[in-house]
Ligand binder design. Structure first.
Ligand SMILES: *[C@@H]1O[C@H](CO)[C@@H](O)[C@H](O)[C@H]1NC(C)=O
Ligand SMILES: CC(=O)N[C@H]1CO[C@H](CO)[C@@H](O)[C@@H]1O
Length: 343
C-alpha cells in the first residue's frame, strides 16, 4: 500500500477508539491449535498507525501518527491470528542519517508494542515502511542501510518472535540495488547477534507477487544468502484491476490464484518459502470468492506459502474499505467471518 493511500487514510481518520478487550483476554494459549484451523505457519494483520503522516518527519505522536492499540492485538489473537506487521518510519527510528542513533521516544513505542505482541506468543514484524527510500530519496548507501539494521536488530536480538522485514515495497529502483539492500539488511541483522529470527525480504515493483518474475526482481533475489537460513520471501498481492489495493472490486473469483501461479512455481523451483505480507479485497461476494480461492490455493501449496497477512488494521483507518480493526472495521465485519478456516 502506497503513501498516498496512507495519507488519505490518515486524513480520513477519526479518533475511533477501539472497544475494550472483550472476552478475548488471550494469553499465549489463545494461539493454540484449536483456534488455528489452517495449515499456515503465519496468519495475521498489518497494524497501521506509526507510519502515518509520513510527510511530517519526525512528526508528533497523536497528531501525525499513533501506535496500534493493544486491545486489537487481544481481539485478533483471539481469532487465531499469530503475526502482526508493524509499519514504522526509518527516519523516526534513526533520524538524520542511517548511521545515527535511535530516537528513544519513538523506539519505546515500538518496543512496547513488540513486547506486548510477542508476550502473547505471536510474532511481531518490524516493517520499515519506506519503499526503499530515506527522506524520500532512493537508498543507494548499502553500508548505511546495513548500519541502520544492525542498530535496530541489536535491540531485539534476544526475542526470537520478532521478524525483520527489510523494507516495505521497493519500487522504481534498479533490481540489483534491491537485492543488494536486502543482502545488506540480512548481514546487518545477523552481525547484531540477531540470529534466531526470521527475516522477510521484499522485491522490487512493490514486491508484487504477480510481477515477481516479469519485473526481473526474482533474478537478484534468488541469490540472497543467510547464515541462519531463515529467509522468507514476502510478496504482496491485491485483487483489484491494477493490483494496487485501491478498489473494492476484485477482477474475478479466481484472480488471486492466477496472480500467484508464477511466483508459486518460482518458490518451488528454487526451494524458497514465501508469505503474502499484504492482501485485501472489498467486502463483497466476488472478492470473498477470490480471497477464499486464493487462500485455498496457497494452502494447497503450503510447502512454499507460509501464510498471509491482511491489509489493514489500525486505529486511524476510520471506515476504510479494507479496515480490519475491531469492532466495526469494514473487513472485520464483512470479510473476516468468511476467512476463518484459513487462519
Ligand atoms: C523523537 O521522536 C519524537 C516522536 O516520537 C519526536 O517528537 C521528536 O521530535 C523526535 N526527535 C528527533 C530528534 O527526531
Ligand atoms: C495496516 C498496515 O499497516 N498495513 C500496512 C501493511 O503493509 C503495507 C505495505 O505496503 C502498508 O502500506 C500498510 O500500511
Amino acid at each position: 500500500m502506497r503513501f498516498l493511500d496512507i495519507l488519505l487514510g490518515a486524513a480520513a481518520a477519526t479518533s475511533v477508539l477501539a472497544a475494550p478487550a472483550t472476552a478475548n483476554d488471550a494469553s499465549s494459549t489463545a494461539l493454540n491449535k484449536q483456534r488455528r484451523k489452517s495449515k499456515f505457519q503465519f496468519t495475521g494483520v498489518n497494524e497501521s498507525g506509526a507510519e502515518f503522516g509520513n510527510k511530517n518527519l519526525p512528526g508528533l505522536q497523536g497528531k501525525d501518527f499513533t501506535w496500534p492499540v493493544k486491545s486489537t492485538i487481544d481481539t485478533l489473537t483471539g481469532k487465531g491470528f499469530n503475526i502482526f506487521r508493524i509499519p514504522i518510519m526509518m527516519e523516526r527510528v534513526i533520524p538524520t542519517q542511517m548511521t545515527g542513533t535511535i530516537n528513544s521516544t519513538y523506539f519505546n513505542g515500538l518496543t512496547d508494542l513488540v513486547t506486548y505482541i510477542t508476550g502473547k506468543g505471536a510474532y511481531a514484524i518490524v516493517d520499515p515502511h519506506n519503499f526503499g527510500r530515506y527522506y524520500d530519496k532512493v537508498i543507494t548507501d548499502t553500508a548505511g542501510f546495513k548500519a541502520w539494521w544492525t542498530t535496530v536488530a541489536g535491540h531485539f536480538k534476544d526475542n526470537s518472535k520478532v521478524v525483520f522485514d527489510t523494507n516495505n515495497e521497493y519500487h522504481d529502483m534498479d533490481n540489483a540495488l534491491v537485492a543488494s539492500l536486502n543482502q545488506a539488511a540480512i548481514d546487518g541483522i545477523r552481525a547484531a547477534g540477531a540470529t534466531s529470527q526470521y527475516i522477510f525480504v521484499e522485491g522490487n515493483s512493490w514486491s508484487g507477487a504477480w510481477h515477481w518474475i516479469s519485473s526481473g526482481t526474482a533474478t537478484g533475489m534468488v541469490a540472497l544468502t543467510d547464515p541462519s537460513d531463515k529467509l522468507i520471501y514476502e510478496m504482496h498481492q491485491y485483487l483489484d484491476s491494477d493490483g494496487s489495493g485501491t478498489a473494492t472490486a476484485c477482477v474475478s473469483a479466481t484472480i488471486g490464484r492466477e496472480r500467484l501461479t508464477a511466483a508459486t512455481a518460482w518458490l518451488k523451483d528454487n526451494k524458497k518459502m514465501g508469505i503474502i505480507g499484504e492482501t485485501a479485497g472489498g467486502a463483497n461476494a466476488q472478492c470473498i470468492s477470490a480471497l477464499t480461492d486464493m487462500l485455498s490455493y496457497m494452502q494447497d501449496n503450503s510447502d512454499v506459502w507460509s501464510g498471509w497477512l491482511w491489509w489493514g488494521g489500525g486505529p486511524w483507518w476510520g471506515d476504510y474499505m479494507y479496515g480490519m480493526e475491531p469492532p466495526s472495521g469494514t473487513a472485520y465485519t464483512g470479510v473476516l467471518p468468511s476467512l476463518t478456516q484459513y487462519i
